[in-house]
Design a protein around this ligand. Structure first.
Ligand code: 5GP
Ligand code: ZN
Length: 144
């Protein structure tokens, strides 16, 4: 059994909690968000319980994300959206409220009033090279 019994998205993916399903295969489940940012707002989840994208095996990520272009085209076509945000929050500090990894598919139009704070900053002299060095070192440590 893949599911965490007290996890809302495990229970949705297994059909124990009802949802408005859009797509399902052996590894993923896509359904309408109950509190949409826009009509057609979808959630796409792996059937197996992972908290974060960082916990997922690469093949599971590929098995899920390969469906995003088609789901996105369907949603955009159905609601007549001009654009679409794919949003994926990991960790409470990043706005993740449901602790089962998920992708938001959010159709957008120019006048929809949605937005988010994108407080762009800048690096102090030399700081960007230091950050690059640290990330490259971490990438070596975390290589598979
Ligand atoms: P997060 O903030 O974790 O990235 O997003 C969680 C999303 O799950 C929210 O957009 C919320 O509306 C949605 N959600 C939470 N509980 C349910 C539910 O029981 N059913 C459905 N369809 N969506 C849910
Ligand atoms: Zn779960």
């Amino acid at each position: 059994m893949n599911g965490a019994t007290n996890c809302v998205f495990c229970n949705i993916a297994s059909g124990q909690i009802p949802s408005l399903k859009i797509f399902e295969d052996e590894t993923i489940f896509a359904f309408l968000d109950i509190s949409p940012l826009a009509e057609g707002h979808l959630l796409v989840v792996p059937k197996k319980h992972y908290v974060s994208l960082a916990d997922m095996p690469e093949d599971q990520v590929a098995a899920l994300t390969r469906h995003l272009p088609r789901l996105m085209r369907a949603v955009m076509g159905a609601v007549g959206a001009e654009g679409c945000n794919i949003l994926q929050n990991n960790g409470r500090s990043a706005g993740q409220e449901v602790q089962h990894v998920h992708w938001h598919v959010i159709p957008r139009s120019a006048d929809d009033g949605l937005g988010y704070r994108w407080n762009a900053s800048s690096y102090a002299e030399g700081r960007d090279e230091k950050v690059q060095k640290d990330v490259l070192a971490a990438l070596t440590v975390h290589a598979h």
